[in-house]
Write a protein that binds this ligand. Structure first.
Ligand code: HEC
Ligand code: HEC
Length: 472
């Protein structure tokens, strides 16, 4: 018998099962151990991601730590004795960035039952093309807290917008290697709505605060390199049609390629942070100078005018410090990269087609204006593109050109540290998956084939793949 016969048979079986042969596996590159290039750095303590990149100069490190204090300290109601830190609300979700991005990482999932969630943000957006872009009474996000002002001359205190009621429904169940994996889909409902029912055609998009390290590097990848992997029509017929969100740039008003946010709503890090200040904490800034009060929320508007700030609540100088804090946050080094399990898991990762969306590596733009971030070889495992992930993960809400079934591929660098640090295991856009295996089992739509390959792996290969994810 031809000694290649079994290999040929295996290749045909793959063709029949999955439509195409698995991706080639590139040779291991020593640089994979330092996924952030020169911006990689080990933790100062066991449980925090807050550490500046190694190749920053002293002035940049100073900016980093000053920016960190603005990220960490709670904002207070204006007017107060310190105009550098006041302006909270009138409507808001939490008082500080860090209360959602715990230790620079992910926030905690919302509790079951009725609550005012902190790290889980409920965005409000159109389910159909005919619906308005934001909810007319509530705006683009549900704010479950409001400032209480004893000295205001309003008849009644300002009403927070509403609360969340959360329950779970089992929508699928897998058995993998003798372990049961029920997929429990969160069911979101708004209760105690203070400004009337939501308008027709407006849906809820739940999002759990993601990790925020390494984003300066993702900001520094050139548009050209990203667009080179765009395949909106799936012309290579791999079942995957990554395309980029096209979004308005708040500074220029022009359309730009979206890359930050879970549906890639923002074209750059600065706009993402400015939007967080305004929508999550109620701090106006030069990019978003108006408070998140709608026409209908007159009390909110009145309070907004009584803050005593002549212009915006956070001036550009301070906003830029928070930007530098975010941009300069280091990527954790990879672990166990020399082990056999790492190399074996790495092979299964490529062969299962994970790398088609979780693009392993880039070289950041050598001409990027911040030298520490320029020309770095990095390993974030994301294409930053939008993918249809199937009905079970869909929120049904559009965000610019992102549809109700699409999400941006999240970076995977450092993902294994969550379990290592003893942090809550909560993966995917709303933190619904309680383990890495479960996160993969939720993959559908364009990622269905890849998931099926993961399920078809031998037990030892699958375990190695998870070890690989825990190491990168
Ligand atoms: C109420 C919780 C909350 C607060 C407060 C908050 N964030 Fe976020 N953050 C989120 C959520 C949720 C997302 C995902 C947003 C989306 O997809 O629209 C996010 C996204 C981000 C991102 C983009 C991450 C990525 O992968 O694209 C950055 C950067 C960020 N936040 C920084 C900040 C900074 C800086 C502050 C303080 C000014 C802040 N956040 C305050 C919840 C919060
Ligand atoms: C078609 C593109 C695509 C393919 C193929 C794909 N993924 Fe994903 N992956 C995504 C997207 C998009 C998300 C975010 C979905 C969400 O949040 O609802 C995601 C989320 C994840 C997460 C959770 C990340 C986090 O921070 O919560 C993990 C882990 C993951 N993928 C691993 C894998 C592995 C392993 C494979 C291969 C077996 C794979 N993915 C194949 C697009 C893809």
């Amino acid at each position: 018998m031809n000694r290649h016969f079994p290999v040929i048979l295996w290749a045909f079986a793959n063709l029949a099962l999955f439509g195409c042969v698995p991706a080639p596996v590139p040779d291991y590159d020593m640089r994979e151990a330092q996924p952030g290039g020169g911006m990689t750095a080990g933790r100062l303590s066991e449980r925090t991601y807050i550490v500046p990149g190694q190749n920053l100069d002293n002035a940049q490190k100073l900016d980093y730590w000053t920016g960190f204090s603005l990220f960490r300290d709670p904002w207070v109601i204006a007017p107060s004795s310190t105009t550098d830190r006041d302006g909270l609300g009138p409507l808001f979700n939490t008082r500080s960035c860090i209360s959602c991005h715990t230790a620079g990482g992910r926030g905690d999932v919302a509790i079951e039952g009725i609550s005012k969630p902190s790290a889980l943000v409920l965005r409000l957006g159109p389910e159909k093309d005919s619906a308005p872009l934001t909810e007319p009474n509530y705006g683009g996000q549900l704010q479950s807290r409001a400032i209480a002002l004893a000295h205001s001359n309003m008849a009644a205190p300002l009403q927070p917008e509403g609360k969340l009621s959360l329950s779970y429904l089992e929508v699928a169940r897998y058995q993998i290697d003798g372990v049961d994996y029920p997929l429990m889909q969160p069911q979101y409902q708004l209760v105690d709505l203070a400004y009337g029912e939501l308008a027709e055609g407006i849906g809820l998009s739940p999002r759990l605060a993601p990790v925020i390290y390494g984003l300066g590097l993702l900001d520094a990848i050139s548009d050209v390199d990203l667009l080179a992997q765009e395949d909106a029509q799936d012309s290579n017929e791999d079942g995957i049609s990554g395309r980029y969100n096209r979004v308005p740039d708040a500074a220029t008003g022009e359309l730009a390629l979206g890359r930050l946010g879970l549906k890639a709503k923002h074209p750059n890090l600065k706009q993402q942070i400015a939007a967080a200040f305004r929508d999550d904490i109620g701090i106006t800034n030069t990019l978003f100078p108006n408070e998140a009060c709608t026409e209908y929320q007159q009390d909110c508007r009145k309070l907004a005018e009584s803050g005593g700030h002549e212009s915006v609540e956070i001036p550009d100088k301070l906003l830029n410090l928070v930007l530098n804090f975010s941009a300069f946050m280091a990527v954790p080094p990879a672990r166990n990269t020399q082990s056999e399990a790492f190399l074996k898991g790495r092979q299964s990762f490529y062969q299962s087609g994970c790398a088609s969306c979780h693009t392993p590596s880039y070289r950041t733009d050598p001409g990027y204006p911040v030298t520490a971030l320029a020309g770095q070889t990095i390993w974030p495992y994301t294409d930053l593109a939008l993918h249809d992930m199937g009905a079970l993960l869909a929120d049904g809400v559009r965000e610019h050109s992102a549809t109700g079934t699409e999400w941006r591929t999240p970076p995977l660098w450092g993902i294994g540290l969550r379990s290592q640090y003893g942090q809550q295991q909560a993966y995917l856009h709303d933190g619904r998956a309680t383990s890495l295996v479960e996160a993969i089992l939720w993959h559908g739509g364009e990622a269905e084939r890849s998931k099926q390959r993961f399920i078809a792996l031998r037990t030892d290969e699958r375990q190695a793949l998870i070890r690989f994810l825990n190491s990168i």
